[in-house]
Design a protein around this ligand. Structure first.
Ligand code: DMJ
Length: 482
């Protein structure tokens, strides 16, 4: 079935090319064939909402008050000695956007009454920042409920000790009660994916300290870039020395780049703008790659040594699939749309994307699918700019992108996602996209990101004004109307 569908898609694309002999960008606009009748946007939005509720009800029935649902054993998983309500906090703003008002109200009350950060255990600063701090701030901005901001400020205060290293780069873990830190080897993503959340907290509380500390961490990573402008994967926060010089856009580096651009926009921060401009030039020079593909050249981003720029690996995966969104937000719609086609090719190989492939051979190098959102996120960005291009003559939009193409891509992915990941009690990760065997895990980003981006692709435009918000890396939208 998957093979048939792939062949059909390729055949359609090939005939489109033969028929009209158009250039590469036209391929982007070629229709995706789908055996099923394309559903209306409204129907699809309703389906996404109802699948969100299916997963949410599973969480409520079997894991309420805990961090995550284990969907196959119908039990729960807590990250630390006591729960920090990862799933409710991550899910709240999505519920609000979906208009699930009663559910959102009772979840908000539950969070306010039960979430406490006065806990004597170590937490991972990056994960807690993007999921909890980001979630609380976004839901505060949507509801005006000051209690959420109070929780966010309390959390921000407890996380601040991470920055007390000799370099200003954050330690990875902090005890929420004692402020004791540990973990002196970190990566650009963990050190550099804090400024949207800490900066927003500063703006909302009028306490600059959060902005200053998180921005310094971002700058300290940038300052340690190699002479050719690349960063590595692991760095010691006490010595400032790289311990792994592998450079790429994948996990452990990914959202460092995302935040350079997004903080330039959200805070109108010209330092971030300059750091982004320098970084993207180096990325495009040393990490960008092209393969022949069957019918046309394909765009990928691979790995290189940060000092020499030599290609070290031709791997790309589900996490890298965030990059078309960032390219699109930066205005590079050409590369964004080409890379999205590559991500989609990766998805189509098994009807759902693996964690990683080798893009030269298209062999799977890591077969799992933990319900990741990045490819959906990029589809949403491209859809947005395609719609904008169809309606306006703004330079940051493109008349060459077809909104229907991205809508159909999203519909296809949503159907695959439901088909393989739906379980009795919620949604389950896949151990392998080849065998489709499910795993007993449902991470909270399913609610914060995967369902949110699917929903926004099909929901009425008034649901969220894309141009008035910046999504943090966990898809919590924040706006600069402090
Ligand atoms: C999320 O927690 C965030 O999107 C992060 O930046 C990367 N990993 C997951 C989703 O895949």
């Amino acid at each position: 079935m998957q093979t048939e569908r792939r062949v059909k898609t390729l055949r359609t694309r090939s005939s489109v090319l033969k028929l009209i002999g158009m250039v590469v960008i036209a391929v982007v606009a070629a229709p995706i064939t789908c055996s099923q009748q394309l559903a209306s946007k409204a129907q699809l939005a309703a389906q996404v909402r109802s699948e969100f509720l299916h997963a949410w009800h599973g969480y409520k029935q079997y894991a309420w008050g805990h961090d995550d649902l284990k969907p196959l054993s119908k039990s729960y998983h807590d990250w630390y000695a006591e729960p920090l309500l990862m799933t409710p906090v991550d899910a709240l703003d999505t519920m609000i956007l979906m208009g699930l008002n009663d559910e959102a109200r009772s979840t908000r009350e539950y969070i306010v009454k039960n979430l406490s950060f006065n806990k004597d255990f170590d937490v991972q600063n990056f994960e807690i920042t993007i999921r909890l701090l980001g979630g609380l701030l976004s839901s505060y901005q949507m509801t005006g409920d000051k209690r959420l901001l109070n929780l966010a400020e309390d959390l921000g205060n407890r996380l601040l000790p991470v920055f007390a290293s000799p370099t200003g780069l954050p330690y990875r873990y902090v005890n929420l009660k004692t402020g004791k830190v540990r973990g002196n080897v970190t990566n650009p993503a963990e050190a550099g994916t804090l400024l949207i959340e800490f900066g927003t907290l500063s703006k909302l509380t009028h306490r600059p300290i959060f902005y200053e500390k998180a921005k310094r961490a971002l700058v300290e990573i940038y300052n340690r870039r190699s002479p050719i402008g690349l960063v590595g994967t692991w760095i010691n926060v006490e010595t400032g020395k790289w311990t792994d010089t592998d450079s790429h856009i994948s996990g452990a580096i990914d959202s460092y780049y995302e935040y350079l651009l997004k903080c330039a926009i959200l805070f109108d921060d010209q330092d971030c703008r300059r750091m982004w401009t320098d970084s993207i030039a180096a990325i495009n020079q040393y990490l960008r790659d092209e393969t022949k593909g069957r019918m046309k050249p394909e765009l990928w981003y691979g790995h290189a040594d940060m000092n020499t720029g030599q290609r070290t690996a031709t791997n790309y995966g589900a996490l890298d699939a965030f990059f078309p969104a960032v390219l699109a937000l930066s205005g590079d719609l050409n590369r964004a749309s080409l890379l999205q086609e590559s991500s989609y090719k990766m998805w189509m190989k098994y009807g759902i994307e693996p964690e990683e492939i080798n893009y030269q051979s298209m062999e799977v190098t890591a077969p799992g699918y933990p319900l990741r959102p990045e490819i959906v996120e990029s589809t949403y960005y491209l859809y947005h700019y395609a719609v904008l291009g169809a309606r306006t003559s703004r330079p940051h939009a493109s008349k060459r992108l077809d909104p229907k193409h991205y809508q159909q891509m999203a519909e296809m992915m949503f159907r695959d996602f439901v088909k393989y990941c739906r379980a009795d009690a919620g949604y389950a990760a896949l151990k392998s996209v080849v065998t489709k065997e499910q795993a007993d895990s449902m991470q909270s980003f399913l609610f914060a990101e995967t369902f949110k981006y699917f929903y926004l692709l099909f929901a009425p435009p008034r649901t969220l004004d894309f141009d008035k918000v910046i999504f943090n890396t966990e898809a919590h939208p924040v706006s600069s109307t402090w």
